[in-house]
Design a binder for this molecule. Structure first.
Ligand code: NAP
Ligand code: GLV
Length: 339
């Protein structure tokens, strides 16, 4: 039977134990202990009486879901990206959104760099060649040639937390680093020795381009045919942000027709990537299944951070991982107490 004192949180799918233990101390937990994400109808059924939803980036938390949950105070997502949540509607309804900024920054930057090195040096192609028994000559002057990473020019699109972490790694590789962002960050330019460029110039100059913007209406298809055609034919595109930031159809064309040399992709317009996607058959692409933050330590930290954010909101405190800070004003305007 439900304890009268404890708020209810619906956890949409299996999460690390550390978060579950924490949530259970303060909440009654409706736990869907299954690895795949729930169907929309399951979400709608389960959110009716809850105070909080603990979700991941695969669950669309839209107006319909929030309307089905009249008591909802807080949505906690085990992700830094919040493009799966209707932020504007949540804010207008005084619903808090907490997410996981910072704790996954270094792990995701590691993956962006791994994709850069793997694409440039054809690591996956080489591995495949050996496993398929196609390594016939011990060494040859022209075998499996790729591109240097050290000393080259890296263009970062979106100099936020992850963009900065990638820039720091690039400096260790003696790379020249350019960036484009909606906000110019002069203090970081001096601190990191990096240079601001307009997007078109960055696309033309860079040997590697790494994308780190959130998915918004402004960034959807930020990189389309026009932008891909501006890149060098020897350039490599890395995307660990969100798939729809790149027009995938145009990217396939660019890779097939040699407008650019290669790509390293962790995110796709449709996930999981359909097995018949043309990307699967292109040798000049390295593909990973949205694993930017997928290390043991980081996934535990993310799970815990999202849980802590939910608990703080439910206890009337303001957590540092509150995403929609405007909600505080909205609630004050309507004189809604934090619980
Ligand atoms: P962040 O700190 O908010 O950085 C994003 C940067 O992009 C900010 O500097 C932001 O500027 C800038 N930006 C926003 N809109 C832009 C636009 N239209 N044009 C140019 N720049 C723009 O976020 P983060 O923590 O680095 O994470 C970035 C994204 O990576 C997340 O939103 C998520 O989608 C993705 N991600 C993916 C994985 C993975 O598993 N592959 C893991 C973690 C994160 P302002 O701050 O001025 O808006
Ligand atoms: C992963 O993609 C995240 O946004 O945390």
């Amino acid at each position: 039977m439900r304890s009268k004192m404890k708020p209810i949180v619906y956890v949409t799918r299996t999460i690390p134990e550390v978060a579950l233990v924490l949530l259970k101390q303060y909440c009654e937990v409706v736990y869907r202990d299954e690895v795949p994400p729930p169907k929309k109808e399951d979400i709608l059924k389960n959110v009716v009486n809850v105070d909080a939803i603990y979700c991941t980036l695969n669950e669309k938390i839209d107006k319909e879901v929030m309307d089905a949950s009249p008591r909802l105070k807080v949505i906690g997502t085990m992700s830094v990206g919040v493009d799966h949540i209707d932020v504007e509607y949540a804010t207008s309804r005084g619903i808090y959104i907490v997410h996981t900024p910072g704790v996954l920054t270094e792990t995701t930057a590691d993956l962006a760099f791994a994709l850069m090195l793997a694409s440039a040096r054809r690591i996956v192609e080489c591995d495949r060649m050996i496993r398929e028994g196609k390594w016939k000559l011990a060494w040859a002057p022209t075998m499996m040639l790729g591109y240097d990473v050290h000393g080259k020019k890296l263009g970062i699109i979106g100099l936020g937390r992850i963009g900065v972490a990638v820039a720091k790694r690039a400096k260790g590789f003696n790379m020249k680093v350019y960036y484009y962002d909606v906000t110019r960050r002069r203090e970081l330019e001096n601190e990191l020795g990096i240079e601001y460029m307009e997007l078109s110039q960055l696309l033309k100059e860079s040997d590697f381009i790494s994308i780190h913007v959130p998915l918004t209406s402004e960034t959807r298809h930020l990189i389309s045919e026009k932008e891909l055609r501006m890149m060098k034919s020897t350039a490599i595109l890395i995307n660990t942000s969100r798939g729809p930031v790149v027009d995938e159809k145009a990217l396939v064309k660019a890779l097939k027709e040699g407008w650019i040399a290669g790509a390293g992709l962790d995110v796709f317009e449709y996930e999981p990537l359909p097995p018949d996607s043309p990307l699967v058959n292109l040798p000049n692409v390295v593909l990973t299944p949205h694993i930017g933050s997928a290390s043991y330590d980081t996934r535990n930290r993310m799970a815990q951070y999202a849980a802590e954010g939910i608990i703080k909101i439910l206890r009337g405190e303001e957590p540092d991982n509150l995403y929609n800070r405007d909600v505080v004003k909205i609630r004050a305007l309507h004189s809604v107490k934090m619980i």
